[in-house]
Design a protein. Sequence first.
Length: 102
Amino acid sequence: MGWVLACSQDDIDQEDLITIDLEGVRVAIYRSEDDEFFATAGICTHEAVDLGDGLVMGDVIECPKHNGRFNYKTGEGLTAPICQNLKTYNVKLDGDDVLVEL
């Protein structure tokens, strides 16, 4: 699919995330405390819960349902009950726009 416009940089606060549907794919976009942007699958691999209500702490997203944690920079599952990593996507900035490569 290539690069897809996801949002504006101003749509995401530092140390927070948003989830959106891009070309039929639920994607979570994160803004780190260092103003870097990252993207992962927006649905938890444990029980298909939307990560949009999850808690961001440093470079970790905690699922709102069972508190499983992922490193959002790498997609790595860090704590039980997570058994499968999150898919990650490349992100680039174009001016104020955040683009995700699907």
